[in-house]
Design a protein around this ligand. Structure first.
Ligand SMILES: [Zn+2]
Length: 435
């Protein structure tokens, strides 16, 4: 049951009589232009990762904050990369709200560049869309939070609680930025976290996790004319890939012992509710879809050194998107069972080297942040299918939700774009949450 939360009356004017559902432009002409200008500036800075050129955005944001009365702290991550914590102090330091967005974008590879209709780093407004690399993932979300904070900083009304924006580096790779933030003292003060990644402005209060790594299969080489003599590791890889498809279609819920472990890892916002949430009894009723399965897939394969020789080594990059009702360890265990069978049957070595584990998470339906967002507009709920900095930051005990402008279907490829109407809606929602 969703409760109504009363808005502070004196702030209605500031939020343009909040109407976060309106499909029409509800921002003033000036606000609308500022939002487009800010996002366009950010898109023009090619903060590609790899190699990790967030410093371009970082410098821009520092200047922007200085001009607009926002406090900014730079948190070094490597010698030339950093996170920023941007702060606007509120009436009370109790219960601050944090927003997060990453400063990096995925690179425009040469093949992809060919498929763009425009210059990816020269933003274009057309037919209600803003087009450019990072428009949706996720400079759009960043621009909305920044503009909302700077508007509040320019008024005489102080927000009731302190607002932080965690602008991170390296989200598109190893998440070194958010991992560094885990050790920052501010983490002990934070609880509510709004991740501004693209969700098409649906509310995601749960997210898949992710684990990935390299599978190395070692067989036996032989001359290509003597197939019975060797063990061809490409054949073995094909067997494993077929088994992964079966594994995906026979996915089952996480066992109880793992649910308890996940709870200890801050993956669920309510310990008491966890077993109900995870077993889906409550959630299946409202079709939130937490029962989405995990799935494994190969993303790269390499084998064969010379023509005419049976390859004795095959390397596969395997990637698992972990259901909110599962855990990385559980999925790895299921993979290892397949590998054990393959080893026994074919007399080969098959070893999976884990490179990262990002646990899924679920925030309870009656958490105050979820209730507050529902009180501000009609937001559908979905499961976030990717992984975000929240998969890391919840390790510090933060309770995340994800909601932001842009569609995941429009990102990480040519002609990335975001709807202007969604940018406006995100701006209004974030500003309302800040008051
Ligand atoms: Zn992103």
């Amino acid at each position: 049951m969703i409760q109504n939360i009363k808005e502070p009356k004196e702030t209605d004017a500031l939020t343009n009589s909040i109407n976060v559902d309106s499909p029409m432009s509800v921002l003033s002409t000036e606000q609308h232009s500022e939002l487009i200008a800010l996002l366009s500036d950010l898109i023009r800075l090619p903060s590609e990762n790899p190699p990790g050129r967030e410093v371009l955005v970082e410098q821009y944001l520092i200047q922007y904050c200085e001009k607009n009365g926002l406090h900014v702290e730079r948190i070094p991550v490597t010698s030339n990369r950093a996170n920023l914590i941007i702060t606007l102090c509120g009436e009370s330091e109790h219960n601050p709200i944090a927003f997060t967005g990453h400063m990096d974008v995925v690179p425009v590879w040469s093949d992809e560049r060919f498929r763009w209709n425009t210059d990816p780093y020269e933003p274009l407004v057309k037919d209600g869309w803003l087009i450019g690399r990072g428009a949706a993932d996720m400079k759009g979300g960043l621009a909305c939070v920044l503009l909302a904070m700077s508007e509040l900083a320019h008024t005489s009304i102080r927000p009731s609680r302190t607002i932080h924006l965690l602008a991170t580096c390296d989200e598109e790779d190893a998440m070194r930025g958010s991992r560094t933030l885990l050790h920052h003292p501010i983490m002990s003060e934070l609880s509510d976290l709004v991740v501004c990644e693209p969700t098409g402005m649906t509310l995601c209060r749960c997210s898949r996790g992710r684990t990935y790594g390299e599978l190395i299969i070692r067989g036996k080489t032989a001359h290509g004319s003597r197939p019975g003599e060797g063990v061809n590791t490409i054949d073995i890889a094909a067997d494993i890939i077929r088994s992964l498809s079966l594994l995906n279609s026979s996915w089952t819920l996480l066992p109880k012992r793992d649910r308890d472990w996940m709870s200890q890892q801050n993956c669920y916002s309510h310990d008491d509710d966890m077993s109900q949430e995870v077993c889906g009894r409550r959630e299946l009723d409202n079709s939130c879809g937490f029962e989405v399965p995990s799935y494994w897939q190969p993303l790269a394969i390499h084998a064969g050194l010379e023509p005419g020789i049976i390859p004795d080594v095959c390397r596969l990059r395997l990637d698992c998107r972990v259901s909110p009702m599962s855990s990385c360890n559980y999925e790895i265990e299921r993979l290892n069972q397949i590998l054990d069978e393959i080893e026994t049957t074919h007399h080969v070595k098959a070893e999976f080297l884990v490179e990262d584990k990002r646990e899924p998470w679920i925030t309870a339906s009656d958490h105050r942040l979820v209730l507050k967002i529902h009180s501000l507009g009609a937001f559908d709920e979905t499961v976030f299918s990717g992984s975000t900095d929240a998969n890391v930051l919840r390790e510090a005990g933060l309770t995340p939700v994800i909601i932001g402008p842009g569609d995941l279907n429009d990102v990480h490829h040519e002609n990335e774009r975001v709807l202007l109407a969604e940018l406006e809606r995100a701006f209004l929602l974030y500003k309302s949450l800040m008051l």
